[in-house]
Design a protein around this ligand. Structure first.
Ligand code: C2E
Ligand code: MG
Ligand code: MG
Ligand code: MG
Length: 288
């Protein structure tokens, strides 16, 4: 079943479908049932290091494998999960699934790839979030330095003091923290100094016209330069063509993600991808 719906083209984007989904959710409590029945799957999009094109990590992106509607993209149901509070059990499922996946990759011989998960605002405010993550790490035996959390600027602004404490608690656990969609929110440069963040992910809206739009060029170049001098890693999101790669290379961007390199893939497709892309990177694969 998973094979036949493993491609992005089956995502549902049009408005009519969105209404159908909404109706299903509000009428049938579909989302709650979906959580109980675990109708979700994590897809994995590789993160590529530009210097040697090695796959150094991946981002976990949730999909809802609806029994009647097919694959539903997160933009269609994450907001609903936020509204209803179901994001808490769903978010916990994502973190647990991601950690079991890390464990599986380690067993498969991909020992050094990290995996990032996206957090939503309400989930980040959950008071026992740090304990929950800590407990899942213990349960799965995963080395915390391979787990990364993607936060957004708006989450960081909500309650500065409590936020800083929470971020430090995650750092103490050994996790890596990144700011997703960087540049689209109220990014205050002062916060970059105040928060223990390791990575900035430049939003794909700035990457799209790279090389053709002087403003985007300037923004991306300045962001990368700033991040490099603050010792933050930079990942450019949404890289779709070679000329964007050339521009990012010339600005010393460290890592990239995007359809040009690889789309988000289900577990089994990701393994096939890794088997052909890890060659030479780890000696462990030589035994295959
Ligand atoms: P995001 O975290 O910024 O993820 C990047 C999105 O861009 C993903 O969409 C990915 O498939 C897409 N993308 C990657 N490369 C390209 C490219 O080259 N071109 C274009 N046009 N798009 C590209 P996706 O998977 O539909 O996820 C959308 C958003 O949903 C994510 O944005 C994230 O904010 C949220 N999301 C996904 N999974 C989770 C989750 O497990 N929990 C929470 N709370 N949010 C999630
Ligand atoms: Mg993300
Ligand atoms: Mg993003
Ligand atoms: Mg986003």
């Amino acid at each position: 079943r998973a094979k036949s719906i493993s491609h992005n083209s089956y995502c549902i984007y049009d408005a009519a479908m969105a209404d159908t989904i909404r109706a299903h959710l509000t009428l049938g409590g579909g989302l709650r049932k979906a959580i109980e029945e675990e109708q979700f799957e994590l897809f994995y999009q590789p993160k590529i290091r530009l210097s040697d094109k090695a796959t150094v990590g991946a981002e976990a992106l949730i999909r809802w494998m609806h029994p009647e509607l097919g694959m539903i993209s997160p933009d269609q149901f994450i907001p609903l999960a936020e509204e209803s509070g179901l994001i808490l059990p769903l978010g916990e499922w994502v973190i647990r699934r991601a950690c079991y996946q890390l464990k599986e990759w380690r067993e498969q011989g991909y020992p050094s790839i990290s995996l990032s998960v996206n957090l939503s605002g309400r989930q980040f405010m959950q008071s026992d979030l740090v304990e929950m993550v800590s407990q899942i790490l213990e349960e799965t035996g995963v080395d915390s330095r391979y787990l990364e959390l993607e936060l957004t600027e708006s989450m960081l602004m909500a309650d500065a003091q409590q936020t800083i404490e929470k971020l430090h608690a995650f750092r103490a656990l050994g996790l890596t923290l990144s700011i997703d969609d960087f540049g689209t929110g109220y990014s205050s440069l002062a916060y970059l100094k105040k928060f223990p963040i390791q990575t900035l992910k430049i939003d794909r809206s700035f990457v799209n016209d790279l090389g053709f739009d002087n403003d985007d060029d300037a923004i991306v170049k300045a962001t990368i330069a700033m991040a490099n001098s603050l010792n933050l890693k930079v990942i450019a999101e949404g890289v779709e063509n070679h000329s964007q790669v050339d521009v990012l290379n010339s600005y010393n961007c460290e890592e990239v993600q995007g359809y040009f390199f690889a789309r988000p893939m289900n577990n089994s497709d990701f393994s096939v991808y890794m088997d052909s892309h890890l060659m030479g990177q780890t000696t462990l694969l030589a035994v295959h």
